[in-house]
Design a binder for this molecule. Structure first.
Ligand SMILES: Cc1ncc(COP(=O)(O)O)c(C=O)c1O
Length: 425
C-alpha cells in the first residue's frame, strides 16, 4: 500500500465517548482555541488518559506548567491546607503560608521581594505596570517599556495588542497599548530604541510560544550591560523557561550571575499544575515601586496557592529537577539526531524540532497523537512555520518529574522518529 502523507489524512477522536464530549464542548465553548481532538478524562505521571481508555504521553505539559501530572506532594500540601488550614483569606491581613512562600521564593531565586499573582498574564502585566510606574516616579511623562518581536507574555490587553508572531492574528489586533514599544530582537535594535522615556526592557530568556527559540550568552549579557549603562531596568519572563524546565531555576542562570536581571516573572510550574500561581520577583530597588493599593489580586498569595507553590518549589529543589531536565533533555535530543531533514536543539527539557520541507508540523503532531494503531501515542503541539524556508516547528516539553530514559526510548523509537521521518515532504 502506498504511503498517504499525514497532511492528507483525517484525524478523528479515538472513541465514541471522546467524540460526544467534543460535540458538547464545541457547541458552547468560545472559539479561542483550536484543540486537537483528544479528550482528557484523567492524568497520571507523564500520561493523559481519555474516556475511551486511550493513553498519550503528554509532551506539552500544559505549556511547561506540569512537572508531573497529579503530583502527590503538591496535592497533599493543598489538601492539608484545605482541611486543616484556611480557605481564601485576603492579603489585607497576614497568613502563615505566605511566610513560607516568600521565604522559599527568595531562597530559590536569590531575589529580595515577591509580588504574588495567579496566571502568568497577570504577573507580566504587573511587571509592565511596575516598570511604567518607575518612569512616573522619575518624572517621565510618557514612560516606555521595550519588548522584542515574537515575544509571548500572555494574552492580556497589553500583550495581545502587540502579538507579533502569529500571522492569524494580523488584522485582529486591538490598538497598541501605550507605553509599549516592540523592536527587533537584537541588542542593536534595543540600543537604538532606548531614549529618555525608556524605563526598561522585558524579554523572554528563550522564546517559548514564539519558538522555542534559544538565546545566547552574548545577546543576554549584551542587554544586561546596555540596560545597566543606561540606568534602566531589565526584566526576564521566566514563566515558561523557569523552575527547572531549561535546566536552571531561571534560564538566565546559564549565563552566570552577571546576567541577573532586575526582576523576573514566574508562573506555570510554580503551582505544580494544581493551582494557578504566578509572581513578579525582583530586587528590593525594583520591587519597592509597588506601594499599597497599586497592585494586588484576591487570589494572589492566598494560602492554598502558597501551599501549592511551596510544595512545588521544594520538589524542584529536593528532587534535582534542573539536573534531571538537563540530562533527559540532552538524551532526548541525542536520540532524535541523525534523521534526514530534522534538526533538534534544546535547553533542558524545552526541545525545538525543525522539520524541513513542510508547510506545517500539525499533521505530524496529529499523527503521533491520533494515528491508527500508534503506540505509544504522543502529544506535542505544532508551532509556527517559516514560509520562506518551508521549515515547520514543533516543541517537545515533557513533564520533567515524570520522565525516564525508558519512556523517551519508547516514544522516540516507536512513534516520534518514524513519524518525523515521513513528515518532511
Ligand atoms: C513566557 C510566557 N509568559 C506569560 C505567559 C502567560 O501565562 P498564562 O497563560 O498563565 O497567563 C506564558 C504562557 O504560555 C508564557 O509562555
Amino acid at each position: 500500500m502506498s504511503f498517504v502523507p499525514y497532511s492528507k489524512r483525517k484525524y478523528e477522536p479515538l472513541g465514541p465517548k471522546s467524540k460526544k464530549l467534543i460535540e458538547r464542548i464545541d457547541r458552547h465553548s468560545a472559539t479561542n482555541y483550536s484543540p486537537y481532538p483528544f479528550v482528557v478524562e484523567s492524568t497520571d505521571g507523564a500520561y493523559l488518559i481519555d474516556p475511551d481508555g486511550n493513553k498519550a504521553l503528554d509532551f506539552l505539559s500544559a505549556y511547561s506548567a506540569v512537572l508531573k501530572h497529579r503530583h502527590p506532594g503538591v496535592i497533599e500540601a493543598v489538601k492539608k491546607e484545605m482541611e486543616s488550614g484556611s480557605d481564601l483569606v485576603s492579603r489585607a491581613i497576614y497568613s502563615s503560608r505566605f511566610a513560607d512562600f516568600v521565604e522559599i521564593v527568595h531562597e530559590i531565586t536569590g531575589y529580595e521581594r515577591v509580588l504574588p499573582k495567579s496566571d502568568g498574564g497577570s504577573a507580566t502585566d504587573s511587571a509592565i505596570s511596575g516598570l511604567l510606574m518607575h518612569g512616573g516616579a522619575k518624572g517621565i511623562k510618557n514612560p516606555e517599556v521595550i519588548l522584542t518581536k515574537d515575544y509571548f507574555h500572555g494574552r492580556t490587553w497589553i500583550f495581545s495588542s502587540n502579538a507579533t508572531f502569529d500571522p492569524d492574528q494580523v488584522g485582529r489586533r486591538v490598538p497598541r497599548a501605550p507605553g509599549v514599544v516592540v523592536v527587533d530582537d537584537t541588542v542593536e535594535a534595543i540600543a537604538n530604541a532606548i531614549n529618555e522615556n525608556t524605563v526598561g526592557v522585558f524579554i523572554e530568556p528563550h522564546k517559548g510560544e514564539g519558538g522555542p527559540l534559544f538565546s545566547n550568552k552574548e545577546y543576554f549579557l549584551g542587554i544586561r550591560k546596555l540596560t545597566r549603562e543606561k540606568g534602566i531596568f531589565f526584566g526576564a519572563d521566566e514563566i515558561q523557561t523557569g523552575l527547572g524546565r531549561c535546566g536552571y531555576y531561571m534560564a538566565w542562570q546559564e549565563y552566570g550571575e552577571e546576567a541577573r536581571p532586575d526582576f523576573v516573572t514566574l508562573g506555570k510550574a510554580l503551582g505544580g499544575g494544581i493551582i494557578p500561581v504566578s509572581a513578579v520577583v525582583g530586587t528590593d530597588e525594583f520591587m519597592r515601586i509597588y506601594t499599597p493599593g497599586c497592585d494586588g489580586s484576591t487570589f494572589g498569595g492566598y494560602p492554598q496557592a502558597c501551599a501549592a507553590a511551596v510544595a512545588s518549589l521544594k520538589y524542584i529543589r529536593d528532587e534535582g529537577i534542573c539536573d534531571i531536565a538537563k540530562d533527559l533533555g540532552d538524551y532526548f535530543v541525542k536520540s532524535l539526531s541523525g534523521i534526514d531533514n530534522i534538526h533538534v536543539e534544546n535547553r533542558g527539557l524545552l526541545i525545538r524540532v525543525e522539520i524541513k520541507n513542510a508547510d506545517s508540523a500539525k499533521p505530524a503532531c496529529l499523527e503521533m497523537l491520533l494515528g491508527e494503531g500508534r503506540n505509544p501515542r504522543v502529544f506535542m503541539k505544532h508551532g509556527h512555520t517559516n514560509e520562506e524556508t518551508r521549515t515547520a516547528y514543533t516543541r517537545i516539553a515533557p513533564p520533567p518529574g515524570a520522565m525516564t530514559k525508558a519512556l523517551i526510548d519508547e516514544a522516540v523509537e516507536k512513534t516520534i522518529a518514524p513519524v518525523l521521518r515521513q513528515a518532511s515532504e
